[in-house]
Write a protein that binds this ligand. Structure first.
Ligand code: 5GP
Length: 180
């Protein structure tokens, strides 16, 4: 049976790395590609990391009811297309959505069979250090992302599982225990 997994975690927690490592080891799982209005980071590819849309294009998709869920996060819009998810599920893929906690809880309402996983850092100090260390955001964007940590932790109380990302290897092992 096809399974739908939703993985969330505070900005900078390293969920991208953990998920990438998991996907390398388990090709039967597919990662959903979301739409966003945020600017492209160096090295990111349209259609691979995200579908990068203008705010106008994004709003057009909202009015056409094309999103399974969408949310405003840190001043930008992010959303998961219904068509993308349905296509994967019809193909029998195990699908992972990497989205924020608000989006995750919305998915759970629409698809109660979805399994919600929250990735936590070993400590908040470590999280801030990681967020600054990747040098992808301006100070203002970092501050906005730090401010999102509390509400994300609050929402995560409704999640099914928590995975601590102390080392990538450990986090992947915990993910395997849940997803396999
Ligand atoms: P980033 O800008 O660092 O790529 O992502 C910022 C936040 O947006 C992360 O928490 C990420 O999980 C979340 N996100 C990415 N795609 C989606 C989506 O389609 N829907 C929602 N609700 N959040 C998303």
């Amino acid at each position: 049976m096809t399974k739908l997994f939703v993985i969330s975690g505070s900005s900078g927690v390293g969920k991208g790395t953990v998920i990438k490592e998991f996907l390398n080891k388990h090709p039967g799982f597919k990662l959903s590609v979301s739409c966003t209005t945020r600017r492209k980071r160096e090295g990111e590819v349209h259609g691979e990391n995200y579908f990068f849309l203008s705010p106008e294009e994004f709003k057009e998709c909202i009015s056409n009811d094309e999103f399974l869920e969408w949310a405003e996060f840190s001043g930008n819009y992010y959303g998961t297309k219904k068509s993308f998810v349905e296509e994967c599920l019809q193909n029998g893929d195990n699908l992972i959505l990497e989205i924020d906690t608000k989006g995750a809880l919305n998915v759970k309402k629409l698809k109660p069979e979805a399994v919600l996983i929250f990735i936590v850092p070993p400590s908040l100090e470590e999280l801030e250090a990681r967020l600054r260390g990747r040098h992808t955001e301006t100070e203002e964007a970092i501050q906005r992302r730090l401010a999102s940590i509390k509400p994300e932790l609050e929402n995560s109380k409704q999640f099914d599982y928590q995975v601590v990302n102390d080392t990538v290897e450990n986090a992947v092992k915990q993910l395997e225990a849940i997803l396999l």
